[in-house]
Write a protein that binds this ligand. Structure first.
Ligand SMILES: Nc1ncnc2c1ncn2[C@@H]1O[C@H](COP(=O)(O)OP(=O)(O)OP(=O)(O)O)[C@@H](O)[C@H]1O
Length: 329
């Protein structure tokens, strides 16, 4: 059995046209006009159990609509799908017992309650008995380092603490499949890394299948083996993350600040993309031509570096490059 199987899956929304002006608004009340929006257009996708898949695309590409159909929140208007051998829309309750969801922007916890109380409520929903609930909460508390703030109302937690609680909550019923929609959005680098490690560990130790959407290339690089890129509701690219790395994720950005103005020597594979008076620069490094360590070493040899950070190019740039290249294949 595959974790996810879809065949020509489609979703067309019917949206009411918003009329402009008072007279038109009244007319629209009597005779509304409708338009169709094809959010997902015939996606066929198989995901194996235990896979960690990145599902990426620009804003409005259809990612949320696709995920909502997989979770049984939305009915498809075309095609077929099966998630863990179930029909999501028809067997939504059964499916809910076997999947976990983390929507970075939306909380599944009761904000006015401490996380521990949300865990107890969720355990009741998932029909986990008290002793087992205590055991799992203790295990997740230890693993996710929740001890310090487990009894604090969730609304008083930092974003990083809340997301740790969200991911822990999504794992309480030991789901076979985890949907993560922007799980690291808004978090600092250290917390992002901690969340990634926890997810990877869950996959390693429990074989949990992970379906991830993210605008952070590091989430994809560090967690997933396979990436599916979509646009306008259809698949543009289905490839290994290794290929994505070599073809599209090979560029890194180095932001550097110098104590006194500095002229950066020309190096093959490095372009200096911005400089302000010689005290700040952004270097774009093609790591296939020049290792990042080499560039860092040369910069530090100036003895003049105040601050230096390495970043990935924004996901939008990576996706734009994918579209450009894949369109001409
Ligand atoms: N309820 C709805 N009614 C009508 N159109 C909708 C509805 N929900 C989404 N859409 C449209 O469907 C398309 C896909 O939207 P969707 O939210 O699935 O994209 P997305 O890839 O998740 O975007 P984002 O990254 O911004 O969340 C967009 O054109 C959007 O405007």
């Amino acid at each position: 059995m595959k974790a996810i199987e879809t065949k020509d899956l489609g979703k067309t929304y019917r949206a009411r046209v918003k009329a402009e002006g008072l007279a038109a608004s009244f007319r629209a009340l009597v005779r509304p006009q409708w338009i169709s929006v094809d959010a997902v257009r015939g996606i066929s996708l198989n995901v194996e159990q235990g896979e960690m898949l990145a599902f990426i695309g620009p804003n409005g590409a259809g990612k949320s609509t696709f995920i909502k159909m997989l979770c049984g929140i939305l009915y498809p208007t075309a095609g077929e799908l099966s998630v863990l051998g179930l029909s999501p829309a028809r067997e939504r309750r059964k499916l809910a017992m076997r999947i976990g969801t983390v929507f970075g922007q939306k909380s599944q916890l009761w904000l006015h309650l401490p996380a521990v109380d949300s865990f107890t409520l969720l355990a009741a929903i998932y029909e986990i008995d008290n002793a087992e609930c205590r055991r799992r909460v203790a295990e997740l508390t230890e693993l996710f380092g929740l001890g310090e703030f487990l009894h604090t109302p969730v609304r008083k937690l930092s974003l990083g603490q809340r997301i740790r609680c969200e991911v822990a909550a999504s794992l309480l019923h030991e789901p076979e499949l985890l949907f993560l929609d922007e799980p690291t959005i808004g978090l600092d680098v250290v917390v992002k890394q901690a969340i990634r490690e926890l997810i990877a560990r869950r996959n390693r130790e429990h074989g949990t299948t992970v379906f991830l959407t993210s605008h952070d290339p590091a989430d994809i690089e560090q967690l997933c083996r396979r990436a599916v890129v979509i646009d306008h509701g259809g698949i543009v690219l289905d490839a290994s993350v290794e290929r994505l790395k070599s073809d599209y994720l090979g560029k890194k950005l180095i932001d550097v600040r110098f104590g006194t103005p500095q002229r950066i020597p020309a190096l093959p594979g490095v372009t200096v993309s911005s400089e302000s008076g010689g005290q700040k620069a952004t270097l774009t490094v093609d790591t296939a031509v020049r290792p990042i360590g080499d560039v860092m070493e040369r910069l530090s040899m100036t003895g003049n570096v105040l601050d230096i950070t390495i970043n990935n190019p924004p996901m939008e740039d990576i996706i734009a490059a994918i579209f450009q290249k894949e369109a001409v294949r």
